[in-house]
Ligand binder design. Structure first.
Ligand code: C2E
Ligand code: MG
Ligand code: MG
Ligand code: MG
Length: 280
């Protein structure tokens, strides 16, 4: 269609190429995970106390840059690693990169920060997870920070009893658990109540709906409802994907206490500037 009317092309070839590309990428990922640790890195996105602009959390996000394919979105390669049973290796690289950054800290900054990593639901019952995360948790605590695990809502809903038990153990050990992308899955109230979680991360879809053009009550309704839900269950709430000052003000007006997004700070490599407050 882009090329104008009355033209046709052999779409099959494109489809095959896409499929091909996917397979080549998956193969490359498997190889890189095994042999090229230098291709993996980590960036951190600060989380803010919205009223003050103070940084009160960091989320670690993995990066992969392949010499031929360039930087690949984690949304893509994390799923590939999962499907190839290699998410553990991916997390190994993540933890190694984070530890290197944390060790480089001379004096521990700002105590009380939440330090979050994303984990796949299927890792929770992996017997190797403790061995992998314990050194990280130890280091985070040494800095006076609080470890947090982010798990996507859609996956949380399908956890086995074993996995839930594991999450309860995490909770008892003082590890916080956050429901990522909240609102995209279908948590029932009863289920939400029984989950050992501390934080709800309001999916950025709802934040992007905070637009001027809708009547105020409509645009605010869903977030107001999620915040009320969090309050009822005694959970912390954080809005993700804040891209404009308008969204930030709307969230503040709704009494949303915490936020994260490009408007406040982009994910970035480790540096001393990471914890700088946002001037409001
Ligand atoms: P997520 O955990 O929901 O992370 C938030 C994603 O939104 C990140 O993308 C972040 O860069 C992006 N983001 C942050 N602020 C904004 C904003 O204001 N606007 C927009 N449009 N986007 C924003 P990223 O880094 O590409 O990660 C995508 C997803 O990949 C993550 O979603 C998470 O589910 C997964 N992921 C990333 N790192 C890891 C990891 O180490 N392990 C696992 N298992 N999954 C990971
Ligand atoms: Mg996350
Ligand atoms: Mg998220
Ligand atoms: Mg997400």
């Amino acid at each position: 269609k882009q090329e104008g009317r009355g033209r046709y092309c052999h779409y099959r070839a494109d489809l095959l190429n896409d499929q091909d590309e996917g397979q080549r990428l998956t193969k490359a990922l498997v190889t890189s995970l095994k042999t090229a640790p230098g291709e993996f890195s980590v960036v951190y996105q600060p989380q803010f106390e919205l009223a003050t602009g103070r940084v009160d959390g960091l989320e670690a996000l993995i990066r992969w840059t392949h010499p031929e394919f360039g930087p690949i979105s984690p949304a893509r390669f994390v799923a590939m690693a999962e499907s190839r049973g290699m998410i553990h290796q991916l997390t190994e690289h993540l933890v190694r990169c984070i530890l290197r950054d944390l060790w480089s800290l001379e004096k521990p900054p700002e105590p009380g920060l939440r330090f979050a990593i994303n984990v796949s639901a299927r890792q929770i019952t992996d017997a190797r997870l403790d061995g992998l995360l314990n050194p990280l948790f130890e280091q985070i605590r040494r800095l006076g920070w609080h470890p947090e695990l982010e798990i996507t809502e859609t996956h949380l809903m399908n956890l086995s009893e074993d996995a839930l038990e594991r999450l309860r153990t995490f909770r008892d050990e003082g590890i916080r658990v956050a429901i990522d992308d909240f609102g995209t899955g279908y948590s029932s109230l009863a289920y939400l109540h029984s989950l050992p979680v501390h934080t709800i991360k309001i999916d950025r879809h709802f934040v992007s709906c905070l637009e001027d053009t809708l009547p105020v009550e409509d645009r605010d309704r869903v977030i107001a409802a999620i915040l009320a839900l969090a309050e009822v269950f005694g959970l912390e709430a954080i809005a993700e994907g804040i891209e404009t000052s308008q969204q930030q003000s709307a969230l503040l007006a709704l009494a949303c206490k915490r936020g994260q997004g490009y408007f406040l700070a982009r994910p970035q490599p480790w540096s001393s500037g990471l914890l700088a407050p946002k001037k409001l």
